[in-house]
Design a protein around this ligand. Structure first.
Ligand code: AMP
Ligand code: GLY
Length: 416
């Protein structure tokens, strides 16, 4: 089959490697892609949030399957426009992508489906914000109601900071603080049948020991040695299937990738958020361990035939990815610096570009590259990932030194 992959970040580079490895994928086209993806795909230019343009490109390249990486095109209706051309799409409709696009909509669906999540109030003025904050003890959790590229959430003990974030966002969801380690569970679904991938953990804060501001994600590892044995079954039963059923009931079946962000609290798993696409950088580690051909799996989800797909096969061992971020990320990343070591095996490109004059690899975003590796266990995978990172030079760059360290040291405690 011919596959068109939409997006150009680290997640899409990982998806591109998986798709290119699948013998059933005879051609891979990426738009806009990035210099890493260019090694395994033909790159095309397109405005990813223009549904008409993307559908036109899908027709032009003769795509049998379109895989949508980022959330913005989904919310903009790209999957609907491609489907209207009779082309299979991995990614939900605009309406179903509301599970990510609107925190309020996601809460409504979870409430209707009886899914365990934080108690929450939607507020759009000072009085309702104050009333909602009164109902909770610190730390306060204040979330921008719309898409915010993973940066719309403030978790703070300081009431004035919480109020200021609410004022800045306009419309916010204020919710109960969930204490416990976080898990990202990716579920591939055709709307009815749902197949979980391996649970992973992401590192959202910029600094070691979870210090500093939130980012798009600074590293990840999978699987989770500390996770309860029945975690995935429990989340499928209590979260995923009730949510998919509720979406079907609403006439907005969700197909594609349901990303369940969870906190494992003393009362069990609680949903922190849904996303409507693969998470970044968790995708880098989850797909590094997936042995089942990726294109066939995504095509089955896109065509409603997941029930006939064989069970997933996984490599043994573990995977770790470490993000190398630009100087100044996340507040104000500097771009345009020359990168060396970007072509080593295990390097995933996120915010990179080629200099037109001489083809030099340049930084072009906040999260620039990831060093990704697998190993027979988490410690070996971690060593190998940091080995890849040591082979990269980028002036002023920074990365976390503690990705997967607490898990290896047995320091992640489940609350009781
Ligand atoms: P989100 O954009 O909803 O994924 O939130 C980003 C990060 O904020 C999460 O990964 C958590 O670390 C934190 N967070 C969000 N909601 C909560 C909550 N209710 N309780 C505790 N931490 C939260
Ligand atoms: N890793 C967090 C996200 O993709 O939103």
């Amino acid at each position: 089959m011919r596959v068109l992959l939409l997006g150009g970040g680290g997640r899409e580079h990982a998806l591109a490697l998986g798709l290119a490895d699948d013998p059933s994928v005879e051609a891979l086209i990426a738009a806009p892609g990035n210099p890493g993806i260019a090694a395994v795909a033909e790159l095309r230019a397109v405005d990813p949030v223009d549904p008409v343009a993307v559908a036109g490109l899908a027709v032009e390249v003769g795509a049998d399957l379109v895989v949508v990486g980022p959330e913005a095109p989904l919310v903009a209706g790209v999957a609907d426009a491609v489907r209207a051309k009779g082309i299979a799409v991995f990614g939900p409709s605009a309406e179903a992508a509301g599970l990510e696009g609107s925190k309020t909509f996601a809460k409504e669906v979870m409430t209707a489906a009886g899914v365990p999540t934080a108690r929450a109030y939607t507020c759009s003025d000072e009085a309702s914000t104050a009333a909602a904050l009164d109902r909770f003890d610190p730390p306060y959790v204040v979330k921008n109601d719309g898409l915010a590229a993973g940066k719309g959430v403030v978790v703070t003990d300081d009431r004035a900071t919480a109020e200021a974030h609410a004022r800045e966002c306009g419309r916010v969801v204020i919710e109960e603080y969930l204490a416990g380690p976080e898990v990202s569970l990716f579920v591939v679904t055709d709307g009815e049948t749902a197949v979980p991938l391996l649970p992973a953990q992401d590192f959202k804060r910029v600094g070691d020991g979870d210090s500093g501001p939130n980012t798009g994600g600074m590293g990840a590892y999978a699987p989770l040695p500390w996770a309860p044995a029945d975690l995935v079954d429990e989340v499928m039963r209590d979260v995923v299937h009730p949510t998919l059923t509720e979406m079907r009931r609403r006439g907005a079946p969700f197909s594609g990738l349901l990303y369940v962000g969870l906190a494992i609290t003393a009362d069990g798993p609680r949903v922190i958020e849904f996303n409507a696409r693969f998470g970044d950088p968790e995708t880098q580690v989850v797909l590094a361990l997936l042995e089942t051909p990726l294109g066939g799996l995504l095509h089955a989800a896109a065509t409603g035939t997941l029930a006939d797909h064989p069970p997933l096969r996984w490599r043994s061992g573990a995977a770790v990815t470490v993000v190398v971020a630009a100087e100044g990320y996340p507040a104000g990343p500097r771009t345009g610096d020359v990168i060396t070591g970007g072509e080593q095996p295990g390097v995933i490109h996120a915010g990179t570009a080629r200099r037109a004059a001489d083809g030099a690899l340049l930084s072009a975003g906040g999260r620039v590259l990831c060093g990704t590796a697998t190993g027979p266990d988490l410690a070996a995978a971690r060593d190998a990932a940091y080995q890849v990172v040591r082979g990269i030079t980028l002036s002023g760059s920074h990365h976390r030194r503690d990705i997967a360290a607490a898990a290896i040291d047995g320091q992640i405690a489940l609350p009781v």
